[in-house]
Write a protein of this length. Sequence first.
Length: 340
Amino acid sequence: MRRNGLTTARTDDPSDRCNTDSTPVESHVIPHPDRFILKWTPRAAARQTWDTPARKGPMPPRVNPTVRQRRIGSELRKMREAAGLSTSALSKALGIDRTQVSQIEAAKVGVSPERLRSFAAACKCMNEPLIDALEAIVLDRSRGWWEEYRGTIPDAFLEIAELEKSARSLMLWVVTHMPGPCQTINYASSVFGRLVPPLPRHELEARTTFRMQRKADLRRAQKPITYFIYESVLWTRFGGTPILREQLASLIEDSEQSWVTVRVVPFDIDTFPGAVENLTYAFGAVPELDTVEVESSRGALHLDAASELSSYRSIFERTESAALSEDESRNLIRRIALNL
């Protein structure tokens, strides 16, 4: 398996768990699929301020660490455990309080590049590519576009966008609905329109707008992305037949982009590839920073243990072996669209 995908070039949104009946819900469908003009805009009060003056003294513990911040803490914890050091032993080596080590690993407080390297040195970590990649994350103070939505939609949505932004390339396996990054606006609105309990109109619009921004961000970046789609997804009429037909046409168009690969896993396979949940495999700057997002009924899970990454790479390898080729997949999508 190559690092930038399988033979070519984060579960999608956790709120997509809904029924799949085909009854149209026209009141929830937003028109103009090619130009998403919605009334909802991010609220100024929900925005996080990033350019506030520097505080004097220690910073208070973070309340909601970001995906990248949590990953730094997780990797530092792995370094300590690999070295066989207790938090007490490491704190003595670093000359800091034991609780500070725990807070760093829990991403409650940040680390400077100097502290990061002293942490790695104390743990005798010689993996320079990993240390350099972690330092790059520490130094990246850019504000993600998704911060405009903080406090308006669930944080899990923001984490998906952050995971996609930080990945070098992506692989998705979906069994319930079209992958979020290639959904049309009408299809996305129909998916959100079937949540139980129903979303208020303003929240439905906010989530739909957010999804369209995710899609636009990936298109601008032309990030290599591979979709493995179970055939049942191509037949499920979210919003009705016209919306599904429009979605299939859009999927074919996406599949013709040089940075997008669409592979369909057909009904007539000998055995299911392995995963019954929607999966996202995000390739990091180095293999140690790969991440798997698994959709579950309790929300999205982010996994990064070496054994977990290995297991899910195997699942994607089996999925690839069961999938149709790109041309065969496009032909199947066209046939389904004609038979709707």
